[in-house]
Design a protein around this ligand. Structure first.
Ligand code: UDX
Length: 448
């Protein structure tokens, strides 16, 4: 049979769109046909990426059901709107594509498999009804996926409450064999509210219609989690191209020239991904803490706009003379630049994979959801970073930032392990590497 035609559909935030877009490119490079579904709202924000990738990937759109001025950082609202408005439209879209299939092509252009990210498990129900194969590409760690899968067991064992998902009492548990111990208060759904928890319980059920759960990870990074279920398939690290990322903000590439002027391993890079919001008091401490470093720093401060709640006001004491502040970074290039010494990160999974592939040590500053588990992997399992500790008021103080940067950069063991982990991780994509083999296996499954 000829190569399969995948309809790839991410939940519409960057942390999902980037890995699915990168995976789409991998599939396209193997000869597969890709149709990539985005929301009409994001189409406007992604024009340059669509132009850039248009020859390889066909982009199609559907409305997200929200008004233009609605706050799209309000995840429960987005999740609900997609679920209420999109299934019928998706059903029709697939039917239209398959019915308009050119008779001369035989079945070649018919969609044969739907690949979705999390929060839109209902899309797999649509595929199932249409008799189309389905798979999940989980945009975070295999361990966090396993944690959602473990919810019924955690309820049965009385560890969490069935209605809210919150821990019944304070305790440390080991979620999976070989995974780090974790405080139950840091289970990924605990910081996101009851509605999100109930949604995830329902979503995880629908995601079971996906025959494969593809994870942007490797068997060296998360052996325990990947061994838990046969449907887990590691296909990471998704790092093939520098130019294949969608970004809602304009990348400021002037920082690359600025980095060129700095000696190797001298610059501290600070970025908290696309969603985390640094509250004003914390923002002040961070700004002054960076000033206190005897190192240059490159700091991503996302611009405020009508659709987010970012409020960036620099404290009067802040000089910033050793640093460069940008609105949005070409992050993968930065993390592969020799001038970077370490990465202060919110521990979003994509940022971690990118940092690991750059061989960079981490300073961990998790905000919510899976970011706490990810921090444990960095600090306790791979041992390629340190955590930043909050004071009694829940703030990470300027002195703590300075102290931990110095500790991290003085630790040769951590640096050596970071370089070793990079080698182990990127090898997965070499010919014969585990992720390469898994991708072949996945494509062959979709062909049958
Ligand atoms: C979300 C969740 O918040 C996170 O917990 C989960 O693990 C993945 O989905 P996000 O917070 O955006 O993602 O973080 P992350 O996963 O790190 O993804 C951010 C992406 O934006 C990365 O690919 C990173 O390279 C990119 N980025 C970030 C830039 O290109 N430039 C920047 O300036 C900052």
């Amino acid at each position: 049979m000829s190569y399969p035609h995948f309809l790839v559909m991410p939940y519409p935030i960057l942390g999902h769109m980037n890995p699915l877009l990168q995976f789409s490119q991998v599939l396209a490079n193997h000869g597969c046909k890709i149709t990539f579904l985005i929301t009409e709202f994001n189409q406007k924000r992604m024009k340059s990426e669509i132009d850039h990738l248009g020859a390889q990937i066909k982009f199609v759109t559907l409305p997200d059901g929200l008004d233009p001025e609605d706050d799209r950082s309000d995840q429960p609202k987005v999740i609900l709107s997609l679920r209420n408005t999109m299934p019928t439209k998706l059903h029709r879209l697939i039917q239209d594509i398959n019915n308009n299939n050119n008779a001369l092509d035989g079945d070649n252009n018919k969609i044969t498999c739907l690949v979705v990210s999390k929060n839109i498990g209902w899309a797999l129900e649509v595929a199932h009804k249409l008799g189309i194969k389905g798979a999940l590409l989980w945009p975070a760690s295999a361990t966090s996926l396993a944690s959602f899968e473990s919810i019924p067991r955690l309820i049965d064992e009385g560890i969490i409450d069935s209605e809210t998902g919150l821990p019944t009492r304070k305790q440390e548990i080991q979620l999976l064999p070989n995974s780090p111990m974790m405080d139950t208060a840091n289970l990924p759904w605990c910081s996101l509210g009851k509605n999100f928890f109930l949604h995830m319980v329902e979503d995880t059920q629908s995601l079971k219609l996906g025959e494969w759960w593809l994870c942007n990870t490797t068997c060296d990074l998360e052996p325990g989690a990947l061994a838990m279920w046969p449907r887990f398939l590691s296909i990471g690290p998704l790092m093939q191209s520098d130019t294949n990322k969608s970004s809602f903000w304009r990348e400021d590439t002037t920082c690359l020239h600025w980095l060129d002027q700095h000696p190797p391993q001298s610059v501290v890079y600070v970025s908290f991904g696309s969603l985390a919001i640094v509250e004003p008091n914390q923002f002040n401490e961070l700004a002054i803490g960076l000033d206190l470093l005897n190192k240059p720093f490159l700091w991503v401060v996302r611009p405020s706009n009508e659709n987010n709640k970012v409020n960036n006001t620099y404290p009067n004491e802040f000089h910033g003379s050793k640093g460069k502040i940008i609105g949005w970074a070409p992050q993968k290039k930065i993390l592969n630049h020799p001038a970077i010494a370490c990465f202060i990160t919110h521990c979003g999974w994509n940022s971690i994979i990118e940092g690991v592939c750059g061989g960079i040590p981490f300073l961990c500053w998790p905000f919510f959801s899976d970011q706490f588990i990810n921090k444990s992997y960095i600090c306790d399992v791979w041992k390629v970073g340190l955590g930043l500790d909050q004071d009694e008021n829940g703030l990470i103080m300027k002195g703590e930032i300075r102290k931990k940067v110095e500790q991290l950069l003085g630790n040769e063991d951590i640096k050596a392990r970071s370089v070793k982990l990079k080698e182990l991780t990127v090898n997965n994509f070499d010919e014969g590497g585990q992720s390469s083999q898994n991708i072949e296996k996945f494509i062959n499954w979709a062909k049958d």
